[in-house]
Ligand binder design. Structure first.
Ligand code: ADP
Length: 457
């Protein structure tokens, strides 16, 4: 028997059959099974054996580097994740190398990047082979993320790649980082453009957009607007100007503007006969009690027209409370919607991510205990969900009614069937990529490629 390998709480290991020469693993004898962070999983059969193909970002905090792997499937197992949810995972068997020694281990594949490590080494895989020194790190030597990168191939820009700008405010947001990485992976030249640092020259002869310091942005092929609510006015103006210059915008300024106004959105949906909760619009002169009875009385929901991420959405449980809330908002001269409360949804709603007329990902969001709003920003949790053909159709039609190429359509399941709550023109990628395990950012880049090709034809 070989000597035991002494491991610290984190170690670099190699999974040679998967083509992974360096992966940083968290060593955790508290966990039974080992897991590897994987996405784009597809099962296939070869010579009567089952395999799974998957992609992995082997280096922590780096999504530019992608390695495609295939592993022999030995099982599919229900595993409880760190968040307590049950998840059916593929189990593969493959050799691991730790220091000088190598042996076969079983690893489950999961798209949840728990604890920030790409890999978790559990006790089953270590049984009898290792000793753990919980105070140590990298007992076998620290390679470091920078050096680990050298082991992997980074895709170079394509010759016929596009110049694509992510038009947003914060380059460190997960969604913005992912879009840049996904574009680079597909061979495009990506850049982050801060909305507030753009300025434009509006003239019929030679309209221009310039960036801080006077750099011209006119040579950009496509723009992905990711405009935060507070920047709607200026962000839409810049997007509109890019369109004037002939730059393809994944979501046009008119559609973004429409979706930012809850009342206008609902009116557009109503116009296309898309189901939504019964809603009344209130402004100061309107009789409060009438508004309340229009939505069949309390419990009801009052929403600020300009609210986002669940802020400005209030539940009034009695008619008395509803009256006070509505009158309070009125006295502040705030524009509000009053909406029937869909109690049977039990604090859950469904986010459908739509790209180019297709639902590419869905997740069910559940409100935190004692809360009825399912927004992730308010502590809601997300899980995978299957939607019905009817829900799919409603989501696609809702995006279309708003004129959005990319949209997050929120649907609530009521006793009378699915209803649209709202439509977001800059839906976040983190939750949906995590839950579905899909590379949604790449699907957005693909949509740009496809639509620019169409435009050229
Ligand atoms: P925001 O744009 O601020 O996210 P929403 O209208 O989407 O506002 O509401 C936030 C959350 O509140 C929704 O995700 C949903 O969980 C809950 N909610 C909103 N309207 C209703 C309603 N009419 N009935 C039940 N729950 C609702």
């Amino acid at each position: 028997m070989d000597e035991k390998v002494i491991l610290g709480k984190e170690e670099w290991c190699a999974l040679p059959e998967l083509g992974l020469p360096a992966v940083k693993a968290r060593v955790d004898s508290g966990a039974k099974t080992s897991s590897l962070h994987a996405f784009n999983l597809h099962e296939f059969e070869e010579n009567g054996k089952r395999y799974v193909h998957f992609d992995i970002h082997p280096v922590q905090d780096n999504r530019k580097i992608i390695q495609s792997c295939r592993g022999r499937v030995v099982d599919r197992r229900s595993v409880k994740s760190s968040s307590g949810d049950k998840e059916k995972r593929y189990v593969i068997r493959t050799p691991i190398q730790l220091g000088e020694q190598s042996w076969d281990i079983e690893i489950t594949l999961t798209n949840r990047d728990s604890m920030g490590y790409r890999m978790l080494l559990g006790r089953e895989a270590m049984a009898g082979r290792t000793l753990i020194d919980p105070d140590a790190s990298f007992s076998l030597g620290d390679i470091g993320n920078e050096q680990a990168k050298q082991y992997y191939h980074v895709a170079a820009p394509k010759k016929n790649g596009l110049k694509i700008a992510v038009l947003a405010s914060n380059p460190d947001l997960y969604s913005n980082k992912r879009l840049i990485e996904a574009g680079e992976e597909r061979g495009h030249e990506m850049r982050f453009v801060n909305i507030s640092q753009c300025y434009m020259n509006i003239s019929s002869k030679e309209p221009q957009i310039q960036y801080r310091g006077g750099e011209s942005l006119s040579d950009i092929d496509a723009v992905i607007p990711r405009i935060k609510p507070a920047m709607t006015f200026y962000g839409c103006a810049i997007t509109r100007h890019f369109s004037t210059l002939g730059v393809y915008c994944l979501n046009g300024s008119v559609a973004i503007n429409k979706s930012r106004d809850k009342l206008r959105s609902l009116q557009e949906l109503a116009n296309k006969r898309i189901p939504m909760p019964t809603t009344a619009f209130a402004h100061s002169p309107v009789e409060t009690r009438e508004i309340i009875s229009m939505v069949h009385g309390a419990p009801l929901v009052v929403k600020l027209l300009e609210g986002a991420q669940g802020r400005g959405v209030v539940l009034a449980e009695t008619n008395k409370a509803a009256e006070s809330v509505i009158n309070a908002f009125k006295s502040l001269k705030a524009n509000i919607l009053v909406q029937e409360f869909i109690k049977e949804a039990q604090g859950q709603d469904i986010r459908c991510f739509v790209i180019d007329g297709k639902v590419v990902g869905t997740m069910q969001r559940r409100a935190a205990p004692g809360e009825f709003r399912a927004n992730l920003h308010l502590g809601g949790t997300a899980d995978s969900v299957r939607i019905t053909a009817e829900e799919r159709k409603i989501a696609v039609n809702a995006a279309k009614a708003m004129g959005l190429v990319v949209a997050g359509v929120d649907i609530i399941r009521s006793k009378d069937g699915p209803k649209v709550l709202e439509i977001n023109s800059s839906p976040g990628l983190e939750g949906i990529e995590d839950v579905t395990g899909k590379d949604i950012a790449s699907l957005m880049i693909e949509a740009i490629e496809r639509n620019i090709r169409k435009k050229k034809k």
